[in-house]
Structure formats: C-alpha cells, structure tokens
Write a protein that binds this ligand. Structure first.
Ligand code: C2E
Ligand code: CA
Ligand code: CA
Ligand code: CA
Length: 287
C-alpha cells in the first residue's frame, strides 16, 4: 500500500507541478536571454531528389543553454510566442538567414557571373504571431536592405493556421511580400485543416508536405496516391512541392517516381552549422 501510495503521489500532482515549475523556469530563462547573443541558426539542405543537388536551405533555430544543453524549438517556440519574444527572435533569425544566403551567392557556382542557375535560397519559418505583428513588413524591408539579399532567394514558411483566418490584412501582407519577389511556402501541409483551395486563394509558390505523410509512403498505397495527387495538382498550379522528413531511399525513389522534385531529410543531411552549410556549396566542377 505504501508503494502504491508513493507511486500515486509521485505520478500525480508533484509531476504536474514540476512540469509547470519547469515551464516557468524555462520561460524566465528565455525572457532573460538576449536575442542577439543567445541563439543559433542551423541550416538543413533542401535537395533535388533525383540528383542530390542543393536547391536551398531551411533555417532552424536552436537555443544553446548553459545548463540544459541544446534546447530544441519544440521546447521554446511556444513559450516565445506566448510572451511575444518570437517577434524579435524571428526577426533575428530572418536577419541571420538573409546574411547567410548572401554569402552562399558569393560562393563560386553556376549562378555567377551570368546567373544560368539560381543560387541556393533560404527558407525561414515565420510563426503566426510574428506574421500578424504590425511591424512584420517593416522587418522584412529592413532585412532586405541590411543584408542585400535577392528577394527571390528568400522563402517564408507559414503554417495553415495563418491562412485559415479570413482576414484581409493577411492577404495584403502576403501580396506585398510576393510583390517584393519573396516566395511563400505552406509548411507542414496536410496536418492542419489543409485545403488545396489555399493554393488558389493565396499567392503560394511552395508547398511542404509534412513528414507524417512521407513516413507512410512505402507502406500504404492510399498514402502514395494521396501524396501523388497533391504533387500533381501543385504542379498543375505551378506550385513547387518539397517533401519533408525523407529518411530512406524507398521514400526518395517513390517521390521521384510521382514527380515530386524536392525534399529534405536525414537521408540527405541534418540541420548544419552555417560553416558546414556554406562548405557544401561547391563550384560546378567539384559537384
Ligand atoms: P518544421 O518547420 O516542420 O521543421 C522541420 C523539422 O523536422 C526540424 O526540426 C528538422 O530538424 C526536422 N527534420 C528534418 N528532416 C528530418 C528527418 O528526416 N527526420 C526527422 N525525424 N526530423 C527531421 P527542428 O529543427 O527541431 O524544428 C522543429 C520545429 O520548430 C519546426 O518544424 C518549426 O515549426 C519550428 N521552428 C524551427 N525554427 C524556427 C524558427 O526560426 N522560427 C519559428 N517560428 N519556428 C521555428
Ligand atoms: Ca518549416
Ligand atoms: Ca515543416
Ligand atoms: Ca513540422
């Protein structure tokens, strides 16, 4: 009885309480972490599935913490959204990523000097709170000016929750971004209340198919048909598809066979520090 009582005691409210205390501690630690010096951006290559060639990189933030090690975004992005810190943090990530993309363009490659093929783009996650913030467009303008990035080298990844709101301001901001030459991607496609009609309603250039769909590709003919249908429709509408979380060669081959051109995943590369990402961009004769 004593053991059971103890187990119950442990498994019940103290755990809940320690969960809340933990969360509170993390929030405090986050609040006292200056954006400019506390975070790190990694870059995961996005590859042409058929050739392995690098088309671009996704910027993914990390929080190297003195006592917790490398804190992953799952553990702090929600907290940063709740406190509003995601606004300056997201702006900082955008600035870092843009500066990085400018360095990639300066690497010797087929895009210089006569731009036969395009330099690797950088794709940056934008949280709903950040996107809805009144200062977002100014932040983007400022980033373009400060970094000198070609707008065509920048993709902003939005989740479907942003599009679900029937809000004219969202539409206007998206239009302003695409007028600048920036491309917009729908992230985690298929997880929310996805609707292919978003592709008609909004100026979307890229659709990222969520890892959960890619996971089941080889095991379920229905899943294959679904992803193939999405890839075909997107292609018809002139929208590029990127498969997320490609982990094995079966998935890679199935995606190629259904006409999905691009992917990212541990089969190719994990998110890399900027120097390693930059080193991957080679002159054409070294490919
Ligand atoms: P996401 O945008 O869907 O990013 C893809 C996540 O999948 C990344 O996790 C990446 O490391 C992971 N991943 C990529 N390939 C594979 C694979 O083959 N297998 C598996 N198991 N995972 C793979 P990460 O870096 O931990 O980021 C998690 C989420 O945090 C992101 O999901 C994104 O929603 C958010 N996030 C990351 N950086 C930022 C940021 O700068 N701003 C905002 N607002 N959100 C961010
Ligand atoms: Ca993303
Ligand atoms: Ca995603
Ligand atoms: Ca995701």
């Amino acid at each position: 009885a004593k053991t059971a009582g103890k187990r119950q005691w442990r498994g019940y409210h103290p755990v809940l309480q320690s969960g809340m205390a933990e969360r509170h501690q993390l929030q405090e630690s986050l609040d006292s972490s200056p954006v400019e010096t506390s975070f790190l951006v990694l870059y995961q290559p996005i590859v042409v599935l058929a050739t392995g060639e690098i088309a671009g990189f996704e910027a993914l933030v990390r929080w190297p913490h003195s006592s917790r090690g490398m804190v992953l975004p799952e553990q702090f992005i929600t907290l940063a959204e709740e406190s509003g810190q995601i606004v300056p943090l997201g702006a900082w990530v955008l600035g870092q990523a843009a500066a990085e993309a400018v360095r990639w363009r300066q690497r010797p490659g087929p895009w210089r000097p006569d731009a036969q093929s395009s330099a690797p783009y950088v794709s940056v996650n934008v949280s709903p709170r950040q996107f809805r913030d009144d200062g977002f467009l100014d932040t983007v303008h400022h980033t373009l000016e400060l970094s000198g990035i070609e707008p065509s080298s920048l993709i902003l990844e939005l989740t479907e929750t942003v599009l679900m709101r029937h809000d004219d301001r969202i539409r206007t901001v998206m239009r302003d971004l695409t007028d600048l030459g920036i491309r917009i991607a729908i992230d985690d496609f298929g997880t929310g209340y996805s609707s292919l009609s978003y592709l008609r309603e909004f100026p979307i250039s890229v659709l990222k198919i969520d890892k959960s769909f890619i996971d089941k590709l080889g095991r379920s003919p229905q899943q294959y048909a679904l992803v193939e249908g999405i890839a075909h429709l997107a292609d018809t509408l002139g929208v590029k598809v990127i498969a997320e979380g490609v982990e094995n060669t079966t998935q890679r081959e199935l995606l190629i066979s259904m006409g999905c051109p691009l992917g990212q995943g541990f089969l190719f590369f994990r998110p890399l520090p900027s120097d390693q990402a930059e080193a991957l961009i080679l002159a054409p004769d070294r490919r």
